[in-house]
Design a protein around this ligand. Structure first.
Ligand SMILES: *Cc1c(COP(=O)(O)O)cnc(C)c1O
Length: 324
């Protein structure tokens, strides 16, 4: 592939994998290419935000985000196998901001978790945590296993879709030997991503004892259609993966061409409720900008009022958002 054909965004370098390229070749819908190939609209950075969900505001030490009392996010890696054009951490990833867990800083993050007895769950995110070496992952799992008050480890990754070869026996052995429940949340957006190699990687994860969930971002031109999402959700459930979240797209820099109106998202969810089984339904979720956290995108938390959108966070505080 010639890189001269590709429009270069000032914000996000272009990065895919060989495996993803093979899927893109086969995908006549164009939904996969749209997620990973730069578009001219990316230069339109006036209406988005560098850190839309406020990670930096809630990061007590580099690599760790403590937004909710009972769980922490470990930003395990600032790297991904492929770069999604709509990413909400894209500028943080590409500028290599010091919010990610540096190779030498695992012990510091573990100390923080050890000292905070209210932490019940540790979530490995990034970047993609599976870009870290097996050795580093083993270190993290071993350290967390020894902390009595941590009941659950969860990992959010796109690796099975963009680089299924990363799911090796050596890797799954780490999960298999880990004594506590391990939840693996697959980032997947379109049925064309559910290739046989991907399903095989998921099956290997399942055999290691991991409990599989999925998260999907609602994206214009990719999956803003109830039939497309119904297909994806059924395929996930058929393969032992429980749909967890459907994310309303965060207003990140340069992703305006991917955003779907919240009311449209609600209509798609209503369509899905009519067309798929209850176990196929994810929660449509909205992240209140600037660190106020996630809430379901329904009327008990989000209402369109005369002064703008009114969001009610988990503590009951109200936030007026001119646009969402
Ligand atoms: C999204 C997120 C979580 C996880 O939230 P769940 O609703 O439990 O999936 C945890 N910490 C931070 C900082 C997050 O952004």
């Amino acid at each position: 592939m010639s890189s001269t054909r590709i429009h270069q965004s000032p914000l996000t370098p272009f990065k895919t994998t060989q495996f993803l390229e093979s899927l893109i070749q086969k995908d006549h819908s164009g939904a996969l290419k749209r997620q990973f190939y730069p578009a001219p609209e990316e230069n339109d950075i006036n209406d988005g935000h560098e850190d839309p969900i406020g990670d930096q505001l809630k990061s007590p030490i580099p690599g760790l985000v403590h937004r909710y009392r009972n769980r922490v996010l470990l930003l395990t890696s600032s790297d991904c196998f492929a770069l999604c054009r709509f990413c909400f951490r894209k500028t943080l990833l590409t500028k290599r901001k010091n919010i990610f867990l540096q190779p030498g800083h695992i012990a510091r993050a573990i100390d923080y978790i050890n000292e905070h007895h209210e932490i019940w769950e540790v979530i490995l995110s990034g970047g993609d945590p599976l870009t870290r070496s097996d050795h580093d992952l083993q270190t993290i799992f071993t350290a967390i296993e020894a902390i009595d008050h941590v009941a659950i480890v969860r990992m959010h990754s796109r690796a099975p879709v963009v680089n299924p070869a990363r799911i090796t026996t050596r890797l799954t052995t780490i999960f298999e030997t880990y004594a506590k429940p391990f939840y693996f949340v697959l980032h997947v957006n379109h049925p064309a991503e559910m290739a046989s190699e991907v399903l095989r990687a998921c099956s290997q994860l399942r055999k290691s004892g991991a409990i599989l969930l999925s998260q999907t971002v609602l994206l214009k031109g990719v999956n803003n259609s109830a039939p497309v999402l119904a297909d994806l959700l059924r395929t996930l459930v058929k393969n032992g993966i429980k749909p967890y979240y459907l994310h309303h797209c965060d207003r990140a820099w340069g992703n305006s061409h991917f955003r779907v109106e919240l009311e449209t998202g609600r209509e798609i969810m209503a369509d899905l409720r009519r067309s798929v089984s209850g176990i196929c339904l994810p929660t449509y979720i909205f992240d209140i900008p600037h660190g106020y956290g996630k809430v379901p995108a329904d009327r008990s938390y989000l209402n369109n009022t005369a002064s703008g959108w009114q969001a009610i966070d988990q503590d009951g505080s109200q936030h007026i958002l001119p646009i969402i």
